[in-house]
Design a protein around this ligand. Structure first.
Ligand SMILES: [Zn+2]
Length: 414
């Protein structure tokens, strides 16, 4: 722990403009030389250097690929405190030492090792450029034993930083000339609910075409953006869109994105078209293996065809949905989806026309994230002239998004 003290003392001298890029739980087992009481802000290495004038030398440097981790080892002539730094391109070790060894070639997660002067006089910085984001699993100096010299050892694993617990981080941007202590731990607040909005169709898949010529893909995108605007304006939610421009997204990537984003709710927006031009109104769908009715079944078939337009096989097997539904019932996902669907129906602006029996279910491919409550909203029929006109209007879009916001608020108990 004295090692941590030394690094924090060093860090306490720092000033500004430093980003924390990496949270690594570090085990520091080395026993550093004592820090004198007169120089409380000095690092142990600086203090000890006065007592022991010979500098630490790095006699050998090597990388080892151990499959799930990459190990970086420095053989030292004697113990030396070190600092781990996040670099834009990887991670660095800063140490008061002189380099006598050749730098090792690329191995494992490390694409290159380079050296440059450290932030402070007499220090050097060994920069490990990595193949992608890495986590520091361990960094320590192993004391000499069995005739082996002291060794600095650092283990890297692939992955984002930020999941460390109880550790500290001393981190600078690549060009920083200062060091900074770890950001004081705040009480972790539960993150705001994440709403993923899925504007149906896009790119080569226009979706339904309105009587006036408008495309479903544009109507859904405009609605998704308005809903995002209204949700974010409350400050109560985080929002992600499966697409925010006119681009094709395969059906399965949509629920996959909801899971990646850690969605608490998934709302897929559509506007259907059918041959009967008299039918109008909004309807809301949840996932089921067997469709609630013939119309819902036909609708799910139409919506699930999206990928076929670009020549992908995306048939959703009934067996797939059956097994997903089992997972959903274990997680209560389906009940939550239905709860949101009925809240939405109650929250609708009175001006919005509703299809008879508006709460329905069918095997929609976009609703298959097993742990994310999800609904598909058919906002109206583009084959109906009045619905088509309304869905293209700003005022109606605001009312529709407002209705969805009320339902989201109700769902999260706001
Ligand atoms: Zn659609």
């Amino acid at each position: 722990m004295a090692q941590i003290g030394a690094i924090q003392a060093l860090a306490a001298r720092s000033v500004s403009k430093v980003r924390v890029l990496l949270t690594a739980a570090l085990l520091c087992l080395a026993a550093p030389p004592p820090v004198t009481a007169q120089t409380p802000v000095q690092t142990a290495s600086v203090a000890s250097a006065r007592v022991m004038p010979e500098a630490t030398r790095i006699a050998a440097a090597r990388l080892g690929d151990h499959g799930d981790k990459t190990r970086f080892v420095l053989e030292l002539t004697r113990d030396a405190p070190f600092t781990i730094l996040a670099e834009a391109t990887g991670v660095a070790v800063e140490m008061e030492a002189a380099l006598d060894a050749a730098l090792p070639p690329a191995k494992g997660l490390v694409r290159a090792v380079s050296v440059r002067p450290g932030v402070r006089a007499g220090h050097l910085r060994l920069v490990l450029t990595t193949t992608g984001p890495v986590r520091v699993l361990l960094a320590e100096v192993i004391p000499p034993r069995d005739g082996m010299p002291p060794r600095f050892v650092m283990d890297l694993a692939a992955g984002q930083s930020g999941s460390g617990t109880g550790g500290f981080s001393v981190l600078t941007p690549a060009s920083a000339s200062t060091l900074k202590p770890p950001v004081p731990k705040e009480k972790p607040k539960p993150p705001l609910p994440m709403i993923v909005i899925d504007p149906g169709h896009g790119g080569q898949d226009p979706g339904a075409i309105a009587v006036g010529g408008a495309f479903e893909k544009d109507i859904t995108l405009a609605m998704a953006k308005e809903l995002r605007r209204q949700l974010l304006a409350t400050g109560r939610y985080r929002v992600a869109l499966t697409r925010d421009r006119d681009v094709f997204i395969p059906l399965r990537d949509r629920p996959a994105l909801a899971r990646t984003k850690g969605a608490d709710l998934f709302i897929s927006l559509h506007a259907d078209s059918i041959t009967s031009r008299q039918v109008r109104g909004l309807s809301i769908y949840t996932l089921s293996e067997k469709a609630s009715d013939r119309e819902a079944e036909m609708l799910a078939q139409r919506e699930n065809q999206s990928d076929a337009i670009v020549g992908m096989d995306l048939s959703v097997q009934s067996a797939d949905i059956a097994s997903i539904l089992i997972g959903m019932s274990q997680r209560d996902t389906l009940n939550q989806s239905r709860r949101f669907a009925s809240l939405l129906l109650k929250s609708l602006d009175p001006s919005i026309a509703v299809l008879p029996g508006p709460l329905r279910s069918a095997g929609f491919a976009v609703l298959t994230a097993p742990d994310v409550p999800a609904v598909l909203v058919e906002m109206g029929y583009l084959s109906h002239s009045q619905d088509a006109k309304l869905l293209g209007s700003d005022a109606h879009r605001k009312r529709m998004a407002g209705s969805l916001l009320r339902a989201v608020d109700g769902y999260f108990g706001r």
